[in-house]
Design a protein around this ligand. Structure first.
Ligand SMILES: N[C@@H](CCC(=O)N[C@@H](CS)C(=O)NCC(=O)O)C(=O)O
Length: 202
């Protein structure tokens, strides 16, 4: 059995869970919750960065981060399941994943800034800098990647998880200005039941 260290709210963990479901590997993965703030968490030995998701293999070896884990699972399932093996399709998918991951990183940075810094210590210019990344990424996705019915690669999975994270932490405010993306996410949800199954509790 593979063990995935994650948490229900982690958008990066959700990406791995959805990829595993589409690859038919969910039954081979046990998900255990890791508290990234607990200094005694084995996670800190499993991944020196103390980040989730981290995958523990049967040999005890560990893999991180989410991109490496998905690459591993894709190969385990025979290759080409969610990461196209070559050509333009491969780099389109990986670039889309990088854009969505960057959106999640920037959104997470905004959340951590308000979670960990007391009110008077926050730097509005830094929060704006992160918010700008989120806004530009959403605009790019709205313009270029919001066509329902296309192939589902790790790029689309990551976009769906990024939008789901904005729904969870930023009250879905992205929806109003991005109607094509809203329709795209609706189509994704209908085609990928694992999206609903991995929805974090409100
Ligand atoms: N690049 C990493 C990002 C993972 C990440 O930022 N995870 C967050 C939770 S969603 C985390 O572990 N935060 C705790 C920390 O940074 O200490 C990936 O793709 O897996």
């Amino acid at each position: 059995m593979l063990v995935l260290r994650s948490s229900p709210a982690s958008p990066f963990g959700r990406k791995v869970k959805i990829a595993a479901a589409l690859l038919g590997l969910s039954d081979r993965i046990e998900v255990t919750v890791a508290d990234t703030l607990d200094p005694n968490e084995p996670l800190r030995r499993q991944n020196p960065l103390g980040k989730i998701p981290t995958l523990v293999l049967e040999s005890g070896e560990t893999l991180f981060d989410s991109r490496v884990i998905v690459d591993y699972l894709d190969a385990l399932a025979g290759g080409g399941g969610v990461i196209p093996t070559s050509g333009e399709a491969r780099f389109k998918a990986l670039r889309l994943q990088a854009l969505a991951d960057g959106l999640m990183d920037a959104a997470l940075m905004g959340v951590y800034e308000t979670r960990f810094r007391p009110e008077g210590m926050r730097v509005p210019a830094w929060l704006d800098h992160q918010a700008g990344k989120v806004e530009r990424a959403l605009a790019a996705l709205e313009a270029d990647h919001a066509t329902p019915g296309g192939p589902i690669t790790i790029g689309e999975i990551a976009v769906a998880c990024a939008l789901g994270y904005l729904d969870l932490r930023f009250a879905g405010r992205w929806r109003e200005a991005h109607p094509r993306l809203v329709a795209w996410l609706q189509d994704f949800e209908a085609r990928v039941p694992a999206f609903d199954k991995t929805r974090p509790p409100a």
